[in-house]
Design a protein around this ligand. Structure first.
Ligand code: GAL
Length: 681
């Protein structure tokens, strides 16, 4: 699908006309426009308003509201309501319901309780989407359409009868014959051999949840494929009836789905829902991890950017968040709502829409606060909305500017899915991705993410000076070849332990490790171990400096051409190679024999000359995030203070603040939760 990009910095809100008395609509729109909001997203949960009983359509509910939008100049993003099937549908066709792993159905009363594979559900969704698209598709105020709401949110696993049936079809298509499936899944192990397709199910309860890992890997691929085809079905229907220049998007981003392929195949724009408060709830491992707090949201925004470099935020947190039953998020502190919105902008969003205009007065989300409170009076958050909208006007030159990063963290869905049922893979991946992100944040070294997809080309890789692919346990020839081409033309590839020892089915081929990557690393791994809890944390020594080597150790035997940079200092492999470097063509490959620690990530980036790329422009404390966006050779530097106290940065060159037009140099004080954006000369 063609990409859509906003040509102007745009502010929106999520609005639910159906939650309020009609007499409030015009006043609400007036207040939004006065505050600088020019787009509302509506209708994404309104199926029972459109089809209260089966086949009886009342499509005109939103017409008076859209009339008002057209009168006032408000633009609209219209949602398809398929996240919330009405009660008549789930009562009459209970097969549309998703089940838990024991096969018990989720019942009506929440949302996203359907499965993608029910033929009846697909039929009913296709019909309602077509009816709505036909009815509203020609409305001039509608600039875009949102498919469903947060695909794979709430539940990203599906265990209904329809899912098992569709899984068999998917497997037949993939393997053709049962013999091939049995071979790929290693079913001879524990006598799991299948003799009929109907004997195969989506995962069912198993002791220790120890399903066949190869089946599970295919199951997650299948869940992704089901979700993508559901989305694509809606996109195709919408495209037939809506204005040609209206974009199609969905909001997210959730697991067990290939968000990249979905966006490429079915959407014009990817939008994300950013709730940085959730970052406070992550396992706070230590003080420095805690230091990042809401900056962990940047990890998600980095992933979003890899899907769609110029994305939108469909839901930006504006208030305290809670359902009546779960989640306890405090109210954003004064300035924090604006900080979070600007965090999104710094990472690449040119459209930010706040969730939600007014706090719900009823329902599960009565504690999920919007801009306005229950009392509907002007308040502090409304003041921040006005301030943010005014700043977005000043940021107009940044619209369409690219996020600048020299390095990228490389992922692929095979390895993400594989790591879910492989403890070692999961532990090293979590440790490394966190550590690399922490190092990039704390040492002001912006990073991107790059997903290796079947369509990923060398030109996508060449944008980066270095790629870090921490633990690609699954490696295919295509990917290894692509990485080799990248290195040969001058790129740097950094990999960690547990690389290259599995094939695309998740089986371990009989080959020396790191398998297909051995040619690149010139290392042999004959000895490896999980770090022993009975010993001190493993470390290595690099040029006299101590570097933690956490979680898992591959003992590296250097082959011809490989240079040893660091050696283990601990355990029975003390003195053996822990980090190597191998020149390949114009580039080089570093192999670290462990998961990454914040220190090893930092030392490697320093070794590569890629640490702190803005050091000649600005010095900032670790609590301040630095981001550069660039357009037509012009650079814009964002400095974001995530703390409740003032922070001082030092500008080494003259820079112009986009917010107040002042030229500054030397020390500048950022207010608590303050953000500055400078045009760098
Ligand atoms: C999002 C969702 C919204 C609302 C919000 C706050 O995940 O799309 O509909 O539920 O969270 O909980």
């Amino acid at each position: 699908m063609d990409r859509f990009a906003f040509d102007s910095m745009t502010v929106g809100v999520c609005y639910y006309p159906e939650h309020w008395d009609r007499s409030l609509w015009e006043e609400d729109l007036g207040r939004m426009l006065e505050a600088g909001v020019t787009v509302v997203r509506i209708a994404e949960f309104a199926w029972s308003l459109f089809e209260r009983t089966e086949g009886v359509f009342t499509l005109d509910y939103f017409d008076p509201f859209l009339d008002l939008c057209e009168k006032t100049g408000m633009k609209v993003i219209f949602g398809t309501p398929t996240a919330t099937p009405p009660v008549w549908l789930t009562e009459k066709y209970p097969e549309v319901l998703n089940c838990d792993i024991t096969g018990v159905k989720y019942r009506h009363g929440m949302r996203r309780h359907y499965n993608y594979n029910s033929p009846v559900y697909r039929e009913k969704c296709a019909l309602i989407v077509e009816k709505i698209a036909r009815h509203y598709g020609g409305r001039p105020c509608i600039i875009g359409w949102q498919i469903d709401n947060e695909l794979n949110c709430e539940k990203d696993e599906f265990y209904s009868g329809a899912d098992s049936a569709a899984f068999r079809v998917w497997l037949k298509d993939k393997y053709g014959a049962l013999d091939r499936l049995n071979d790929a899944w290693g079913t001879v192990f524990w006598s799991q051999t299948y003799t009929e397709w109907d004997q195969i199910y989506v995962p069912r309860p198993a002791p220790h949840a120890a399903y066949n890992p190869h089946l599970h890997l295919d199951y997650l691929r299948f869940v992704s494929s089901s979700c993508l085809s559901f989305c694509d079905m809606q996109a195709k229907i919408l495209r037939m009836h809506i204005a040609p220049d209206a974009f199609i998007t969905t909001n997210g981003m959730f697991s067990h789905m290939d968000n990249h392929a979905m966006t490429r195949e079915s959407l014009n724009l990817y939008t994300y829902d950013s709730y940085p408060n959730f970052a406070f709830g992550l396992d706070v491992k230590d003080i420095e991890h805690n230091l990042l707090c809401d900056r962990w949201s940047g990890m998600k925004l980095t992933e979003v950017r890899s899907i769609c470099p110029h994305f939108g935020i469909m839901e930006q947190q504006s208030g305290a968040g809670s359902w009546t039953s779960r989640m306890d998020n405090p109210m954003p502190r004064p300035g924090q709502m604006t900080l979070w919105a600007l965090q999104s902008v710094a990472h690449g969003a040119d459209f930010v829409s706040f969730f939600r205009w007014r706090t719900a007065a009823f329902g599960t989300e009565i504690y999920w606060h919007g801009i306005l409170g229950y009392d509907n009076r002007d308040n502090r958050r409304m003041g921040e909305l006005r301030d943010f909208a005014a700043r977005m006007k000043r940021l107009e030159p940044v619209c369409g500017a690219d996020y600048v990063a020299d390095i990228a963290l490389v992922r692929d869905y095979d390895n993400i899915f594989d790591s879910e049922l492989d403890n070692w893979h999961r532990r090293v991946t979590r440790q490394s991705e966190d550590a690399i992100f922490e190092a990039s944040q704390l040492y002001h070294t912006p990073m991107d993410m790059l997903y290796l997809e079947p369509y990923t080309a060398l030109s996508d890789l060449k944008k980066y000076k270095a790629l870090i692919m921490p633990h690609a346990s699954i490696m295919t020839k295509e990917k290894a070849d692509l990485l080799e081409s990248y290195v040969r033309q001058g790129g740097v590839l950094v990999i960690g332990c547990r690389s290259g020892y599995k094939d695309a089915s998740g089986r371990c081929p009989m080959a020396p490790q790191p398998g297909l990557m051995q040619k690149l690393t010139a290392t042999d791994v004959t000895e490896y171990t999980l770090a022993s809890p009975a010993e001190e944390e493993p470390y290595a020594i690099w040029n006299g400096r101590r570097m933690p080597m956490p979680v898992f150790n591959d003992v590296l035997i250097p082959m011809e051409g490989a240079q040893v940079l660091a050696r283990f200092g601990t355990s029975y492999y003390a003195g053996e190679a822990a980090l190597t470097e191998h020149r390949v063509g114009e580039g080089r490959v570093l192999h670290l024999g462990s998961a990454f620690s914040r220190e090893s990530a930092k030392l490697i980036l320093e070794h590569l000359g890629l640490l702190e790329p803005f050091a000649d422009v600005i010095r900032a404390p670790q609590e301040v995030e630095l981001i550069m966006r660039e357009k037509d050779g012009q650079k814009y530097l964002f400095a974001l203070n995530y703390r409740e106290t003032e922070k001082t940065v030092t500008l080494y060159r003259q820079a112009v603040s986009l917010f107040d037009g002042e030229t500054v140099q030397g020390e500048v004080v950022l207010r608590p939760y303050g953000v500055e954006v400078y045009k760098i000369g």
